[in-house]
Unconditional design. Structure first.
Length: 264
């Protein structure tokens, strides 16, 4: 076990821990049960391609962010301890953890150390004062650590099984080709009601429907009512007769309305 993987394992144990069930006898497996520490370590080491320079000359084609993440987690743990903000006693690291200060914190204190590195500690304060990129990357790595851990735990990315552990814990049935659409509710009996009654008898409705297109001004008898639902004259027919009477009537009506407004 490397130092980086052991420290990341302590982080994963805090983010996706093994938790007891309702009977307190069996445990729901946590992230370490599916070797999530290896997945997160690999993901961090493949985040960014290394630029030309000393790091690439050492044989690294990608930036080795996993060891840097482990160092930062230990620095956050030391800050928490020195500030006396620790609320749980120090503990002996488990076999899968590294021996650094972060691994010796209780699970809740590990999350407090992450919070110091992300927003409330020395590194964020330096970033606010200087704005230098090397300092700002600390918060970026902490946010990435939380995001990658949760995503790998509750997706099929970090688990090669047919039904990943995160799917089982979240009761996710897995992808499907499709599900039947909702076609309504099955009822044993349907009762008529008067909600749809508009007050018009069937005979009157039939007459109205029969004569809907018979009295159009152009005499076409197409049966389709005009868009306004009224017996307005056909503008296209009047506009083409050369007299322009319909438009003159409209102008007279508008002028009369203006005069009425002046009188008011």
């Amino acid at each position: 076990m490397s130092y980086a993987r052991g420290t990341i394992a302590a982080l994963i144990d805090a983010v996706v821990p093994e938790t007891p069930t309702a009977d307190d006898e069996t445990q729901v497996p946590g992230g370490l049960a599916i070797n999530l520490d290896e997945t997160v370590e690999t993901a961090f080491n493949e985040l960014q391609e290394s630029p030309e320079g000393p790091i690439r000359s050492l044989g690294y084609e990608t930036m080795p962010y996993a060891p840097l993440l482990a160092i930062l987690l230990d620095l956050g743990a030391l800050e928490l301890i020195l500030k006396r903000e620790r609320e749980e006693p120090l503990q002996s690291p488990t076999e899968s953890f590294a021996g650094g200060p972060f691994s010796r914190l209780g699970p809740q204190d590990r999350m407090r150390a992450v919070r110091l590195l992300e927003a409330d500690g020395v590194f964020p304060a330096l970033d606010d004062r200087t704005g230098d990129a090397p300092v700002g990357i600390v918060a970026y790595l902490m946010q990435g650590a939380m995001f990658i851990t949760a995503m790998a735990a509750y997706s099929d990315w970090g688990d090669d099984r047919e039904h990943p552990q995160g799917w089982q814990q979240a009761d996710y049935p897995g992808p499907a080709d499709g599900y039947a659409v909702h076609m309504g509710y099955e009822v044993e009996e349907f009762e008529e009601n008067d909600y749809g009654d508009t007050g018009a008898d069937d005979e009157g409705a039939a007459v109205a429907a029969d004569g809907a297109g018979s009295d159009t001004p152009d005499g076409s008898g197409s049966g389709a009512p005009d868009e306004a639902g009224t017996d307005a004259p056909d503008e296209s027919a009047d506009a083409g007769d050369g007299d322009g009477e319909w438009f003159e009537d409209q102008l007279d009506a508008d002028e009369g309305a203006a005069d009425w407004g002046d009188d008011r």
